[in-house]
Design a protein around this ligand. Structure first.
Ligand SMILES: CC(C)(COP(=O)(O)OP(=O)(O)OC[C@H]1O[C@@H](n2cnc3c(N)ncnc32)[C@H](O)[C@@H]1OP(=O)(O)O)[C@@H](O)C(=O)NCCC(=O)NCCS
Length: 213
């Protein structure tokens, strides 16, 4: 399965807990219902994020240019049953840019590489967008009692690839470095007084450049 070009998907860890919670808490009520299958309160969202087991599960994210987390996929892994379950969401302001599909594909790639046999997603039958994405990713949809069970039988050869995953991680690393560098360059510069003020340590004085050359 080809990765979505241009969308860098990062692996998140326990240090991202607050960012993940903020992302989920900012979802409009209806999106939160679609994400969790029912209305849940802020406290339950915080509790869910607090209970994510980063040792066993995997969490992937997409960052905006200012490094705000705008998309999250939680891949809950059951090693005993060899079943992976996925839940994902994208900030409404960032939708329609391929973030959701990129997160879905990244999760499929990772689960297949770990040797998982089945990937599940539960979504409400009204969730046309998610059903479209699931179909596009090759998941089989079973609709029952207003809920859709999307299921993909994973195959390491068809859905996995160690090189693909290494490249996806490299791409995410470069994306992160570029965004950090951009933020550093765009940060407000300290105001330097022209006369009598202190010279910042990194600023070259007149004539120094010639001395170096
Ligand atoms: C589902 C969700 C993650 C998709 O995020 P996204 O970043 O917009 O996804 P993408 O940009 O990758 O793809 C959106 C696709 O939906 C399609 N789409 C948009 N409106 C649609 C509609 N009404 N019906 C069907 N498909 C629709 C778009 O055309 C696009 O498909 P394409 O790329 O093949 O053209 C996002 O809508 C979301 O967070 N929803 C709330 C939470 C949720 O429902 N989670 C899923 C259950 S776990």
């Amino acid at each position: 399965m080809a990765q979505v070009p241009g969308v860098a998907v990062h692996r998140l860890n326990h240090r991202h807990r607050d960012d993940i919670a903020n992302h989920l808490l900012l979802l409009p009520a209806d999106d939160r219902r679609l994400r969790f299958g029912q209305h849940i309160r802020d406290e339950a969202v915080r509790d869910y994020v607090g209970r994510i087991d980063f040792e066993c599960d995997r969490v992937f994210g997409v960052h905006a240019a200012d490094m705000t987390l705008v998309g999250v996929a939680h891949l809950a892994l059951d090693p005993a049953q060899q079943i992976a379950e996925l839940g994902l969401s994208v900030d409404p302001a960032c939708r329609g840019k391929g973030h959701g599909f990129a997160l879905l594909q990244r999760a499929v790639l990772h689960a297949a590489n770990l040797g998982y046999r089945v990937l599940f997603m539960y979504c409400l039958a009204e969730n046309r967008i998610m059903m479209h994405l699931a179909r596009k990713a090759g998941l089989t949809l079973v609709v029952e009692y207003g809920e859709t069970d999307a299921r993909l039988t994973l195959d390491r050869v068809a859905h996995g690839g160690a090189l693909k995953e290494a490249m996806a991680d490299q791409f995410a690393l470069v994306d992160c470095m570029l965004k950090q560098q951009y933020l550093w360059l765009a940060r407000p510069k300290p105001v330097v007084e022209k006369s009598g003020g202190e010279m910042p340590a990194c600023e070259l004085r007149e004539g120094e450049l010639a001395g170096i050359a």
